[in-house]
Design a protein around this ligand. Structure first.
Ligand code: SF4
Length: 384
């Protein structure tokens, strides 16, 4: 059972007011349910029934699980709660992109974004409240860090989106076809909550999303990549953003601990587990005059020539006080062309949801910062 999924509560559960930990059922994967049901002396097939009630039929009360015995329903209610995160607000962009502000434990809030396209729908979910890594071009990094989300809070974002979007897209059989852990936070620094949440996203008894379409994105937590390989075969993306260590040390400070060569080595190892035709995605935010010059393109070619990957170029999405500028369309195309003509697989990500601050790198949520970074950046922004 995941500690990261437990909630402290004293609500009436037959314990006559004793304080005890109740697990949030929404974050429990097959393994966690199997362990609990065994402890309760129940048959393993109950796992299937319970998961379907939770993630296919979206019940919020064990009493509604009518195909299991009353005794078990009572026992489950004593041990677990079903608590979906609360939606604070929802915003709809003129291009159809949606952004939700979702309340996390402790009062802070994270953001989640849905990007509809003709043949797919991508949900970008958060894994932490804020982020400790402070990548220099990222609005989340400037919010500082508060806490990890629980598995239930991570998978709960998918649960909210699937229910909400079913009404918005009645013609689609499946609205959320892809999930990317590219919202707020560094997923591999919240490993124990992220992995069961990802299990549930991919499980047919959960959300049944293909492992090719569930992507964990990391800024480069190298030990986490090796650990992840032992735990899942979900897709992996890395936030590269610079073609050499000197520049990456500045833009993505975790590079000082795990430099590019170590990161790519870990990715090769991870990709080796994925099987043929699956590669790692390399994200590269183009910052005007900083990492988008011809020499940077040439270094990217050198770096990735023999590294099977798909490169995703992201023209920087500005936010107040960022200190960076978006490159021109011409320079983005030139950068792409230099990579493509060297034989690299490269696409440019279209900016979506900019009018509601939902574009890549713009998510801020509402973070009660524990690091004082938020205040520091605010002082710098007002001074400049
Ligand atoms: S880019 Fe990702 S890892 Fe870096 S600060 Fe932003 S949320 Fe954190």
């Amino acid at each position: 059972m995941q500690d990261s999924n437990a909630a402290q509560t004293t609500s009436g559960t037959g314990l006559q007011g004793q304080s005890r930990r109740r697990l949030n059922a929404l974050g429990m994967d097959r393994e966690a349910w199997a362990a609990l049901l065994e402890e309760l002396g129940e048959k393993p097939y109950r796992v299937e029934q319970i998961l379907k009630w939770l993630h296919h039929r979206f019940v919020d009360d064990f009493a509604d699980m009518t195909d299991i015995s009353k005794k078990l329903r009572t026992e489950l209610a004593e041990r677990c709660e079903i608590r979906e995160p609360e939606i604070v607000s929802e915003h709809l962009s003129t291009d159809g992109t949606r952004k939700w502000l979702i309340r996390a434990a402790g009062g802070s809030a994270v953001e989640m974004v849905f990007i509809p396209e003709p043949n797919r729908g991508t949900l970008c979910v958060s894994s932490q409240v804020g982020c400790a890594l402070d990548c220099k071009f990222c609005a989340t990094g400037k919010q500082g860090f508060n806490s990890n989300l629980t598995a239930a809070e991570i998978v709960g974002q998918v649960r909210i989106a699937v229910q909400t979007l079913a009404d918005a897209y009645p013609e689609r059989e499946r609205v959320v076809t892809n999930v990317v852990l590219m919202g707020m936070g560094e997923p591999l620094l919240n490993f124990d909550a992220v992995t069961p949440a990802v299990d549930l996203m991919m499980d047919d008894l959960g959300y049944g999303i293909s492992k090719r379409r569930v992507t964990i994105s990391t800024a480069g937590v190298v030990p986490g990549i090796y650990r992840l390989a032992e735990r899942t075969d979900a897709s992996l993306a890395i936030s590269l953003h610079a073609p050499n260590d000197a520049l990456r040390d500045e833009l993505v400070p975790i590079n000082r601990k795990y430099p590019i060569a170590e990161l790519l080595k870990a990715c090769r190892s991870y990709a080796g587990n994925l099987g043929e035709k699956r590669t790692v995605t390399v994200e590269y935010t183009l910052l005007n005059g900083v990492n988008d010059q011809p020499e940077h393109a040439a270094q990217m070619v050198e770096l990735l020539r023999d590294f099977p990957c798909k490169i995703n170029l992201i023209p920087f999405n500005p936010f107040p006080g960022s200190g960076f500028e978006r490159p021109t369309v011409t320079s983005v195309r030139a950068f792409q062309h230099r990579l493509a003509s060297a034989g690299l697989s490269v696409t440019v990500r279209t900016t979506r949801g900019e009018d509601i601050d939902a574009a890549c790198g713009q998510l801020v949520g509402s973070v009660a910062d524990r690091t004082r970074r938020q205040a520091r950046y605010r002082r710098l922004a007002s001074a400049s």
